[in-house]
Design a protein around this ligand. Structure first.
Ligand code: HEC
Ligand code: HEC
Length: 203
């Protein structure tokens, strides 16, 4: 696990090694696309850089997920996503590992917000199945029949739109059986919710 505060040491080491062989694995871990942070002294890293250094090796270069390492995390629900980063998570979704917690000493609040901005900037998909995968699939499973909530929602189609607008469990982010986010019409339009509802039985 590489935290932001170790970045300088890692870069110094990596650059020293790169001088010799140009093929240091630590460099690949922190920066899978091969790019280098421009300003390692910046108190707040820009979101794309901080994401690449801390998250990409498990969640993919732009939050799209990696089959064995970590789920897609684009268009995050901020409170819930930040809670997960701060608290980590035990294995619930069947990846190789769970996720370690990132306390504030290692990842400042401002940098975490910048990472969230970076993930939020991803364009939304346009089809029902893709919208479902992006916004619902991590909790309800790829086929909407369980996932970490353990609830089959294919028989609850009439409740989709109310549930999406109201959510459940407030900010009880740690509870996988009660917490569900709510999305405003600015975040998910009625048309998008309709596409998701229509897709659920077909997954
Ligand atoms: C070592 C791999 C690893 C790293 C590094 C990592 N994660 Fe994760 N993350 C995971 C795994 C695995 C899960 C799913 C855990 C489970 O429930 O089984 C997860 C879950 C999440 C979730 C919850 C997704 C959801 O919808 O339930 C968010 C948000 C998240 N990670 C964000 C981040 C961010 C932001 C970073 C970088 C600061 C990061 N992760 C770094 C492996 C990782
Ligand atoms: C962070 C996890 C999480 C996400 C993301 C999530 N849900 Fe849920 N959902 C839950 C939980 C937990 C429940 C059960 C809570 C309850 O009893 O109402 C639930 C219940 C439901 C129900 C059943 C409601 C009922 O009254 O039986 C529907 C329908 C539903 N979700 C649809 C969706 C749709 C559509 C999305 C994506 C737009 C979505 N959920 C995203 C966690 C989630």
């Amino acid at each position: 696990m590489l935290y932001v505060f170790r970045m300088k040491a890692v870069l110094v080491l990596a650059l020293a090694l790169a001088g010799g062989c140009g093929n240091d694995t630590r460099l690949e871990d922190t920066s899978p696309d091969g790019s280098q942070p421009d300003d390692v002294d910046a108190a707040v890293l820009d979101g794309a850089t901080a994401y690449a250094m801390n998250c990409a090796r498990c969640h993919g270069v732009a939050g799209e997920g990696i089959a064995t390492k970590g789920p897609q995390i684009r268009n995050p629900v901020r409170g819930f996503a930040k809670y997960t980063v701060r608290n980590g998570r035990t294995m619930q979704l069947g990846f190789e590992t769970g996720m370690d917690a990132y306390p504030e000493e290692f990842l400042s609040e401002a940098t975490l917000d910048a990472i969230m901005d970076f993930l939020a900037a991803t364009p939304k998909p346009t089809t029902g199945p893709e919208l479902f995968r992006r916004f619902c699939g991590n909790c309800h499973g790829a086929n909407a029949r369980g996932g970490r909530t353990g609830q089959d929602i294919t028989e609850e189609l009439d409740k989709v739109s109310e549930q999406v607008r109201e959510g459940n469990g407030g900010t009880n982010y740690g509870s996988r059986t009660t917490y569900m986010p709510r999305w405003s019409t600015a975040e998910l339009t009625d048309a998008e919710v309709g596409l998701i509802q229509a897709a659920i039985p077909t997954l």
